[in-house]
Design a protein around this ligand. Structure first.
Ligand code: HEM
Length: 408
């Protein structure tokens, strides 16, 4: 089941067995239930019974159980969520890192502009930009976007910078400083801190870069959509200046494009894989014993023909609220599309992730027209790794839309 495209296989099995609402099976000794239905998904994700995660024995030796995403539901997990919510994910912190996102966006623009007229892959620069963004927030440390070093080597170098309680005091107050300064019941051991920091880096880098690559792929594939985003950017921002983060709230059509990409190409199609039943419970009228693993196939739910008209078509307009309608929220209140999960274990980085993705995509589209490369057509095949990525990296060409300002 952990092989690639498990979300496709589960959806096909549920369809064949006519068990889209709830399907049960065993993986070795593990009892599993899975839903491809948004009502049942709500029942599972909002229940405190499923606030735990299954953790394999091997994960304990790697200390994964001490990171937020794998920590058992309890005091330790709650403390970590509170600390991260206060010091990394709250609106004030997100606003505080605006300048950092702007600088990284302008570096990306410069790098992409150097390829003018020639085909190139976007993935490395996006991953490096995302790495830079997370390491700046967490360690106060920046890396070059254009350096050719391998990412693994870079992360290895980074691990030498994870400070411990005895380290010298540093100047900037980043997330590491916050963790080091915790006292009393909140105080974390060195190994707990390392587990939390690694998790932020891994989750924060991949999801953001993968989502932007999918968005750019769709933008290249749908020139009509691209031209509507360009028109909106010209209206809201104009061509005489760069995009500012404050413009983003007025980019209604761009927000709809991003939602439509999340619907069709969510980086986490099975959410974070699994929740664990802490006690015996009932789901959709069926008895579910304690210790059962529950999965939500968000990929299948967000393509369900009973909920979405023309579900396989790319139609951003479906997310543009008509007069008197409420805007569709992708933050977990409507389970027909909840790419960040929902309930107690939903993604704590969702606002930071969406802010970063929206601002960077707005900037990249404002600066360039995006075209297919000469050799490689856009291929929407998926591969399920840490996130669900494009199996064949996106290759593009860009044409500048305006003279790059001195801020680049
Ligand atoms: C586009 C960006 C992102 C997407 C699509 C995404 C998606 C998800 C999903 C689907 C889950 C599981 C939710 C559930 O089980 O209900 C999750 C959990 C989590 N995410 Fe994200 N995420 C994103 C960005 C981030 C960022 C930027 C960070 C941190 C810097 C982050 C940190 C976490 C953590 C720590 C958890 C585990 C929460 C827990 O178990 O309590 N995510 N994310």
């Amino acid at each position: 089941m952990s092989s690639s495209l498990a979300h496709h296989k589960i959806a096909a099995a549920a369809e064949t067995c006519k068990a889209k609402r709830l399907m049960a099976f065993s993986l070795g000794d593990t009892r599993v239930i899975v839903t491809c239905n948004h009502d049942v998904a709500r029942e599972i994700l909002s229940s405190s019974v499923f606030a735990d995660r299954p953790v394999k024995e091997s994960a304990y030796s790697l200390m994964f159980n001490r990171a937020i995403g794998f920590a058992p539901y309890g005091v330790y997990w709650r403390t970590l969520r509170r600390i991260a919510a206060t010091h990394l994910f709250c609106p004030k912190q997100i606003k505080g890192s605006e300048e950092q996102r702007r600088l990284i966006a302008s570096k990306m623009v410069t790098l992409f502009a150097n390829h003018h007229g020639r085909s190139f892959h976007v993935r490395d620069v996006l991953k490096r930009a995302s790495l830079n963004n997370m390491t700046a927030s967490i360690f106060g440390r920046k890396y070059k976007l254009d350096c050719a070093d391998n990412e693994v080597e870079e992360l290895r170098a980074l691990s030498n910078h994870i400070p411990t309680q005895g380290s010298n005091k540093r100047d900037a107050r980043d997330f590491v400083d916050v963790l080091l300064s915790l006292q009393g019941a909140d105080k974390l051991s060195d190994s707990d801190m390392i587990a939390v920091l690694w998790e932020m880096i891994f989750r924060g880098i991949d999801t953001v870069a993968v989502l932007i690559e999918w968005i750019l792929a769709r933008i290249v594939l749908h020139p009509d959509v691209q031209s509507m985003v360009h028109d909106e950017l010209d209206d809201v921002v104009g061509r005489s200046r760069a995009v500012d983060e404050s413009d983003v709230m007025n980019l209604i059509y761009l927000a709809a494009v991003i939602k439509e990409v999340l619907r069709l190409h969510s980086p986490g199609p099975l959410l974070s894989w699994a929740r664990l039943a802490i006690t015996d419970t009932t789901v959709d009228g069926y008895h579910v014993p304690k210790g059962t693993t529950a999965m939500v196939n968000m990929w299948a739910i967000s393509r369900d023909p009973q909920e979405w008209a023309d579900p396989l078509e790319f139609i951003p307009d479906r997310f543009v609220a008509k007069q008197g309608e409420m805007e569709f929220s992708v933050l977990g209140s409507d389970l027909r599309l909840a790419p960040f999960g929902s309930g107690r274990r939903s993604c704590p980085g969702k606002n930071l992730g969406l802010t970063t993705v929206t601002f960077w995509v707005a900037t990249l589209l404002h600066e360039f027209e995006w075209l297919p490369s000469d050799q490689n057509a856009v291929d929407l095949s998926e591969v399920l790794k840490l996130s669900c990525e494009m199996a064949n990296p996106l290759s593009v060409k860009v044409h500048p839309r305006r003279t790059l300002s001195s801020s680049y």
